[in-house]
Design a protein. Structure first.
Length: 402
């Protein structure tokens, strides 16, 4: 048994003793590509010692699509109840000698992959679609950390779209990278797409307090689901098919913090009959998603009652961004043809963040769809500028994006 698998086994045993909540998928580890090289430390579900954040508990080689680095377990903190957690992820470093002051670090929030343990990017050579972004960041001279997020690839449920947990995972991945890679700077930035866009935005808000001991320089958030309260309404049904397919996953995420949530109050028909299909990211289950989508009707996402609408909107409001001022500038990219996270939802969230005094460059790209890869090169340029003191555009101050 490799150290990495041993760590996952210890983690699962600790969770059983502590009677943790059931996972949204089947518990277990993802395949191990190599032999562990660090000592495996015991896991805990107690309140964490701040000094433990980012501590690497298992480390083995990762070889992927044009990538070579570390596949790790590291310590983090639940944003729901403050428990100590162990999260999986990957860390990569550029070749050669570090620049004066050390390698800057970029922590990556990956887009939605799924909710089953197989959906942890660290278990796949292409990081389930994030390998290209990682390679581009490495080529710019950054150490790169990619969290899987709590509950993906490790025991326990994945608190999908709970922003504080995701922020902690991104920030502690920076700490883990600094442990693993010699000559790494304390300077860091975040970038994320879709689910990762929310995570990078939340990391910007948590950086001042939770990111103590590090130097945060900025965050790029592409297609972020910053505020999802409009997705449920007591009025006429307005969800399109992509939003209907997304809703069961959102309910799964909310149920981690709100175990009394009754999904049947919000979804029915094919959406309740195919929950594991909607949670999957690979294989036979994932291939059945299209058949679910083509059989949906508007009635499948009509809330059961006005009271259920009020309750869900309260939960979504509690998770909505912004929650506090960001600690450094942000880039927010919105696709004008995004049919999942409507542009006006994100623009309204940016307006509220401006009210907190944030410095935000808002880029609305009229022809882009949700999580459009065409926006990534410009976002990477923006992130690189945070380490070179490049001037920032501040839409909140009335500046227009060039």
């Amino acid at each position: 048994m490799t150290g990495f698998r041993m760590a996952l086994t210890v983690l699962a045993s600790s969770a059983l003793v502590a009677s943790c909540a059931a996972t949204t998928g089947e518990p277990g580890s993802v395949p191990s590509p190599g032999q562990a090289t660090t000592t495996v430390l015991p896991t805990t579900t107690a309140l964490p010692d701040p000094a433990d954040r980012g501590i690497v508990t298992a480390d083995e080689p990762f070889t992927g699509t044009g990538l070579s680095g570390h596949r790790i377990l590291y310590r983090s903190t639940s944003g729901i109840d403050g428990r100590a957690t162990v999260v999986s992820g990957t860390v990569f470093a550029p070749p050669g000698q570090a620049p004066p002051g050390g390698w800057p670090v970029v922590t990556v929030g990956h887009p939605t992959t799924g909710l089953l343990d197989e959906c942890a990017p660290s278990g796949h050579p292409d990081l389930l679609g994030s390998a290209g972004l990682v390679r581009d960041l490495i080529a710019r001279g950054f150490v790169v950390a990619v969290t899987d997020y709590e509950g993906l690839g490790t025991d326990g449920p994945h608190p999908y779209l709970e922003p504080v947990t995701a922020a902690h995972n991104l920030i502690d991945a920076v700490r883990a990278a600094r442990i693993l890679v010699p000559d790494t700077s304390a300077r860091w930035a975040a970038i994320g797409v879709s689910q990762g866009g929310q995570a990078s935005w939340a990391a910007a808000e948590q950086a001042a307090q939770y990111g103590d001991g590090l130097e945060f320089t900025g965050a790029a958030s592409l297609s972020p689901p910053a505020d999802l309260t409009p997705i449920v309404t007591a009025g006429p049904v307005s969800l399109n098919v992509p939003q209907q397919m997304f809703l069961p996953m959102l309910l799964d995420g909310l149920s981690v913090a709100h175990p009394g949530l009754d999904a049947n109050a919000y979804i029915r028909g094919p959406l309740t009959e195919n929950r594991d299909v909607l949670r999957a990211c690979t294989g036979v289950l994932a291939s059945r998603k299209l058949s679910v989508a083509v059989n949906l009707t508007p009635a499948d996402t009509v809330p059961r009652s006005t009271g259920d609408v009020v309750q869900m909107r309260e939960w979504l409001t509690a998770d909505a961004l912004p929650q506090r001022p960001a600690a450094a500038p942000m880039l927010v990219v919105v696709g004008g043809k995004d049919n999942l996270i409507r542009p006006d939802w994100t623009i309204a969230a940016v307006d509220r963040a401006c009210g907190f005094g944030d410095v935000i460059e808002l880029r609305v790209r009229p022809e882009d769809v949700h999580a459009d890869a065409r926006a990534l090169p410009g976002a990477i340029d923006w992130v690189a500028g945070r380490f070179t003191s490049t001037a920032v555009v501040n839409t909140c101050a009335g500046q227009a994006t060039p």
